[in-house]
Design a protein around this ligand. Structure first.
Ligand SMILES: C[S@@+](CC[C@H](N)C(=O)[O-])C[C@H]1O[C@@H](n2cnc3c(N)ncnc32)[C@H](O)[C@@H]1O
Length: 195
């Protein structure tokens, strides 16, 4: 079932990424995955910044369908597409913006991070940009999707097999216009075995 089907055609996501930090040391030719790309707004931002080896993957067929209409030049793939089953050690960098926020189950969040670890090259960069909350909260969003804003420490604890290079907390606006904290975590894949 596609949780995003009803809202995908019209929703506009707002969480901003730190593009200058993400781009540090990342060549234009780097192979980059925008995981949980939604309709591709960040994939497209990366393309405008000069990156040309980009993939966006999302679990929602409705999001991918909108993205392909708005940005036909991008490679946006549904998670079930065989082309979205990447080999190990494939990407120079992976980013996930406001994706863990939409996965209330801790086990599923860990599974996703492990998958991203496998797809990253050793030494590759993982950038997580996520809404967060000092005490952690789970709630039903105004558009009917079960959401989770973690404690920053919970996000850090997910990063088994990575070394965290930077971890910044900012204040942002959520889709409903309320103030919320966001956590921007930059981590690097360590060694080539998963602890
Ligand atoms: C809040 S939206 C953010 C979209 C995009 N990253 C952005 O910031 O514009 C979260 C997206 O994550 C996707 N998503 C959630 N869990 C996922 C998973 N396990 N694999 C791939 N996509 C996932 C959802 O389908 C949704 O499109």
């Amino acid at each position: 079932m596609d949780l995003w089907q009803d809202v995908a055609p019209t929703i506009d996501f707002s969480l901003a990424i730190d593009l200058p930090r993400f781009s540090q040391g990342l060549a234009d030719s780097a192979r980059i995955l925008d995981m949980g790309c939604g309709y591709g707004r960040i994939t497209e931002q990366l393309q405008r910044a000069g990156y040309r080896n980009l993939y966006g993957v999302d679990a929602s067929a409705a999001m991918i369908s909108r993205g392909r209409e708005e940005f036909p030049q991008l490679q946006l793939l549904h998670s079930d597409d065989p082309l979205a089953q990447f080999p190990a050690d494939h990407f120079d960098a992976i980013l996930a913006c406001a994706v863990l926020t939409c996965i209330p189950c801790q086990q599923e969040r860990s599974t996703l991070i492990r998958q991203l670890w496998q797809w990253l090259k050793p030494g590759g960069c993982l950038y997580l940009a996520e809404f967060c909350h000092a005490n952690g909260v789970r709630f039903m969003s105004g558009f009917g999707i079960d959401m989770w804003h973690s404690r920053p420490a919970e996000l850090r604890a997910l990063l088994t097999g990575f070394s965290i290079e930077e971890d910044e907390i900012r204040t942002e606006k959520t889709l409903s216009g309320q103030s919320a904290l966001s956590c921007h975590l930059f981590a690097r894949k360590q060694a080539s075995f998963y602890p």
